[in-house]
Design a protein around this ligand. Structure first.
Ligand SMILES: *Cc1c(COP(=O)(O)O)cnc(C)c1O
Length: 410
């Protein structure tokens, strides 16, 4: 028998709360039943609040990769030029969708421990005035890095270029404000910061993006990948193009409600505070962070360079088998180079952080990598001064940063 883990510190899917599971377990309603239509309507409204947007939102019924592909399929026509920004595995992967729908890729790339420079985006758009779309990943979960989407969106807008933003591991844990940031299609997933089960794509679509889909010589309709099908059914007429994933919607409604009870900005502050403390702990243990600079480190997961002499497979298996702790390794080109401690949802709490760093130290010691067992936890807990679970108050430098973002957002 394979024993289940005690602690999920992976980069997602993350652990769901008891309340989400309880709500998920309600009887399956017929999708035309007024009770289900009311739940879908409410969920739709909650998603708009979490996105903090007046744009239309669409909940596509498949894991977030469906939304990412649907954006390409619905927007890109043969011959369209797309500026694809690559700072990691997911960014590079988007190129495949652009090609699949006949688009031509213009690439701006940086090493996978760095972030895209908005000035490089500006230069690329000047050199390529016929570019119609720009695709970018908000947070590269596989490398624990974040791109400056707000600044990139502003540059795209100056050039009249529509943006497709993968914020699967951004929404609810990082600032992302579609209108203010010039995001035309945003795609998020429930299984990351929202801590709901995987299986849905949470999208926000600008009026300009809808217009571009409708303007195509042959607009995409009658397809599982069609965003227009959702516009013309749910958004226009409150009907469904096919049977939605009823139980997943229950779980999403529940997770969005819980998130809004905490507050979007508080959730972001909590995740930012835990991520900072985790990085402090990793550094104090004498390990090296994967992101080249603190400024490019994301809130979703902390990526750590593998010390010489052990493999990620060894470390992951050891933590899982001996201590019941699940962590993540490197994906794609990053395989064998790093390991990751995820801190999204329930894992973004001092309890999980302390246990994760302590057992990481224990495991490294077991594997012949001597570390001072106390230093990582001590450094992380020093960052937790003033934490207040009861008041949902997470006093960090992030509070001041957020105030700055809000002041400049309008
Ligand atoms: C999780 C995630 C996705 C969804 O991809 P899966 O491999 O199916 O989990 C897409 N983009 C980013 C940035 C993600 O973190």
């Amino acid at each position: 028998m394979t024993r289940w883990p005690l602690l999920n510190l992976t980069a997602g899917p993350v652990e769901t709360s008891e309340r989400t599971l309880r709500d998920l377990a309600r009887p399956v309603l017929h999708f035309r039943d007024p009770a289900f239509v009311a739940i879908f309507e409410r969920t739709h409204g909650l998603l708009r609040q979490v996105y903090r947007t007046d744009h239309d939102v669409v909940i596509m019924q498949g894991e977030a990769v469906l939304g990412l592909e649907a954006a390409a399929a619905s927007l890109i026509a043969p011959g369209d030029r797309v500026l694809n920004l690559v700072s990691g595995v997911f960014g590079k992967w988007y190129e495949g969708y652009v090609h699949a729908y006949g688009g031509e890729v213009v690439e701006v790339a940086v090493p996978y421990d760095e972030a895209i420079d908005p000035e490089d985006v500006r230069a690329a758009l000047r050199r390529n005035p016929d570019v119609k779309f720009l695709s970018v990943v908000h947070c590269e979960t596989p490398s624990g890095t974040r791109n400056p989407v707000r600044e990139i969106g502003a540059v795209a807008r100056e050039h009249g270029v529509l943006t497709i933003v993968d914020t699967v591991s951004g929404l609810a844990g990082e600032d992302v404000i579609p209108e203010a940031w010039g995001i035309d299609v945003a795609v998020a997933g429930p299984q990351k910061f929202l801590a709901a089960p995987p299986g849905l794509s949470l999208m926000a679509i600008s009026p300009a993006a809808w217009a571009a889909m409708e303007r195509r010589e042959r607009p995409l309709r009658g397809s599982y990948l069609s965003l227009l099908d959702w516009k013309e059914s749910w958004l226009d007429r409150r009907t469904f193009p096919y049977t939605p994933s009823v139980s997943d919607i229950y779980a999403l409604e529940s997770a969005l409600s819980q998130l809004l009870e905490e507050g979007v900005e508080r959730s972001i502050a909590r995740h930012a505070a835990i991520a900072r403390a985790c990085r402090a702990g990793i550094r104090a243990m004498g390990l090296r962070l994967w992101p080249a600079r603190e400024a490019v480190a994301a809130n979703c997961a902390t990526a750590v360079r593998l010390p010489d002499g052990i493999t990620d497979a060894q470390l992951i298996a050891h933590l899982r088998e001996r201590y019941g702790v699940a962590i993540s390794g490197g994906e794609g080109d990053l395989a064998g180079k790093l390991f990751r401690l995820g801190h999204m949802g329930r894992a973004a709490q001092p309890t999980s952080l302390a246990a994760g760093l302590a057992l990481l130290g224990r495991a490294l010691e077991d594997l012949g990598q001597p570390v001072d067992l106390g230093t990582g936890v001590a450094a992380a807990m020093a960052e937790m001064a003033g934490w207040d679970h009861a008041a949902a108050s997470y006093p960090t430098a992030r509070a001041a940063e957020l105030a700055g973002v809000k002041a400049g957002a309008g």
